[in-house]
Design a protein around this ligand. Structure first.
Ligand code: ZN
Length: 292
């Protein structure tokens, strides 16, 4: 497997350029760019600058993060909201193609306000919505050779909460460029799940990426993305996650993705080196060879 860095980890303490240089220095194989950091970089650079900057480096870009979908996306023709989202998606796909990032993370409909209560909607309706949404996005992404990584989120504010539910959707869409990303914390957010054997029911060819991280020991019903932490210790059984992942035959990227405000107060040098060391260690402890 390969080791990746997701830019959320250093969200407010670093820049795109700094992230790339520090990730290269620390040994990461891949970096997942966030759209907001790309926008920031492109304020005073252009795409050619970015291509030149990345050329000759060992570190390569992987999935762009992220496109947040909503229930009625592509349900009505000529929706202003849809047009805005499609515009951003195409902008990202174009960049992904140019820098050979190749993948785009797609988040299912969520109730995004942390205090807004649970997501309201049936599994059946969500299935119908997500199949329609992924079919449309797949068609757009195809023109740019971009693959979609559908990312389930386990907490009750999400419409797609389990591996089984996400897999049923991706299976029905049945497009070469539509697959899944498994994020250890997002899986764990489903009632504190720590038995990850369900991921073995998925065709390994459809696991396009994985995100890894641990989390605080707190009441899981109160947990949010800010409770993610490095892979050093925490409430997520990463040994079980990696064991099951390994048993699928997965050889792809394991990318550390953390949204912890505490880390954003630190120096990016510290954050990125800790992220690398702790992720590498948990992988090696589980007999995962980091391929060169
Ligand atoms: Zn993730």
């Amino acid at each position: 497997m390969k080791i990746g860095f997701n830019q959320a980890t250093s969200m407010n303490c670093s820049t795109l350029e700094k992230d790339v240089l520090l990730c290269e220095k620390n040994g990461f194989d891949f970096i997942e760019f966030r759209l907001d950091k790309l926008k920031e970089y492109l304020k005073d650079h252009n795409l050619e600058d970015l291509k030149k900057f990345l050329a000759g480096k060992k570190i390569k870009p992987h999935a762009l993060n992220a496109l947040y979908t909503y229930d009625n996306l592509f349900a009505d023709e000529n929706s202003e909201k849809d047009n805005e989202l499609v515009k951003e998606f195409i902008w990202g796909c174009h960049i992904a193609k140019e820098i050979q990032a190749g993948y785009f993370i797609i988040v299912p409909p969520l109730q995004r306000d942390p205090n807004g209560g649970p997501y309201i909607g049936s599994v059946e309706k969500t299935h119908e919505n997500c199949v329609r949404i992924l079919n449309h996005l797949s068609e757009i992404a195809n023109d740019y050779n971009v693959k979609l990584c559908f990312e389930l989120v386990g907490f009750n504010r999400s419409s797609v909460r389990t591996v089984e539910q996400a897999w049923n959707i991706v299976n029905e869409v049945d497009k070469d460029n539509v697959g899944l990303v498994f994020d250890s914390y997002n899986l764990h957010l489903y009632h504190g799940l720590n038995d990850f054997r369900e991921i073995k029911n998925v065709d390994v060819k459809k696991i396009f990426c994985t995100h890894i991280n641990n989390g605080d020991f707190i009441d899981i019903d109160k947990a949010s993305q800010e409770n993610r932490r490095f892979c050093d210790f925490g409430s997520v059984d990463l040994n079980n996650f990696l064991k099951n992942l390994k048993e699928t035959g997965y050889h792809g990227i394991v990318s550390v993705e953390i949204f912890r405000p505490e880390y954003w107060q630190k120096e990016p040098e510290w954050v990125i080196s800790q992220a690398y060391k702790t992720t590498k260690k948990v992988m090696e402890n589980n007999g995962i060879h980091l391929s060169k």
